[in-house]
Design a protein around this ligand. Structure first.
Ligand SMILES: [Zn+2]
Length: 292
């Protein structure tokens, strides 16, 4: 039943895009979740409901058995798209940080997607920036995901409103019968709302600490921030840059490009397609079992 569903979805997609199945070079599946790269399964996903014994990779493999099928974390392919299309020429080391409900990342090292030994490289959301911070669902304390994700920001704002702090956010929500959104936070920040600027500043500083851990470990040329959080605009980005500059090793100062993603459309499909094309003609890389 499932098997049919996955393949039907793909077949319909190909028909709607007017792509002849015989001309497919490969299929790349970018999933928001942890990937078991040895067994080609999704281990967990906080975004999509998925069975423990998910076999969709194999269903698709059976159906399209003449071409390479590639399964990876969606952030890997977004990172690859940013390297190929978003960053100018000759960028070899790039980190893509995706900040939404959770915090994920894709790492490009020496021009290639870096997955680590078990596909868990890039779990930046669970790098701790405070050993005494709030407990995270992973068991650690003070993880970036619990401190600077979008829900974390909403929580801080809500707690402040409940405890009586004045903010435009409260008025905007009351007027529009709305919930807190990233857009509302941005609107309030542009009107110089004191509480909102305070929270953005604090979040930017925390994120800068986390990013500096990554910079000191991997020495990237570029860090690209993507996801919902970019809707906060330059008010947030400029603060991140400032804090990062403050705590950078001297040779790194002014050298690291930190920016929001500027690619339009779906960066996962863009990067995934480019990755397959770049690797398919190199014998052995995608054909005998998938390796990165
Ligand atoms: Zn964690």
């Amino acid at each position: 039943h499932d098997q049919l569903c996955y393949n039907l979805t793909l077949e319909k997609k190909l028909i709607s895009l007017n792509i002849d199945e015989n001309k497919l070079f490969g299929i790349c599946l970018g999933v928001p979740g942890l990937i078991d790269i040895e067994n080609n399964r999704v281990t967990t996903s906080t975004v999509i409901p998925i069975d423990d014994n998910n076999d969709f990779y194999y269903y698709i493999k059976n159906r399209y058995n003449d071409i390479p099928i590639l399964l990876g974390n969606e952030s890997w392919f977004s990172a690859y798209a940013e390297k190929e299309f978003g960053s100018g020429t000759n960028i070899q080391n790039l980190i893509f940080i995706d900040i939404n409900i959770g915090v994920g990342a894709g790492i490009i090292l020496n021009g290639e997607i870096f997955t680590g030994s078990r596909g868990l490289a890039g779990e930046i959301g669970h790098i701790s920036i405070d050993m005494n911070g709030p407990r995270c669902k992973c068991g650690n304390r003070g993880c970036i995901e619990t401190m600077v994700s979008i829900p974390a920001m909403f929580n801080t704002l809500t707690n402040n409103i409940v405890s009586g702090r004045k903010t435009l956010v409260k008025e905007i929500i009351a007027k529009n019968h709305d919930r807190i959104t990233v857009e509302i936070i941005r609107e309030a920040s542009l009107k110089k709302d004191e509480l909102v600027l305070e929270i953005l500043d604090d979040s930017a500083r925390k994120l800068a600490f986390g990013m500096t851990n990554i910079i000191n470990l991997l020495n990237p040329e570029v860090i690209v921030i993507g996801g919902e959080i970019t809707k906060l605009g330059n008010v947030f980005l400029e603060r991140i840059k400032k804090y990062i500059e403050d705590i950078q090793l001297k040779p790194n100062k002014d050298k690291i490009q930190i920016r929001y993603s500027s690619l339009k459309g779906n960066t996962v499909t863009l990067g995934g397609a480019k990755y397959v094309l770049d690797n398919i003609f190199e014998p052995g890389i995608l054909l005998d079992g998938i390796r990165f």
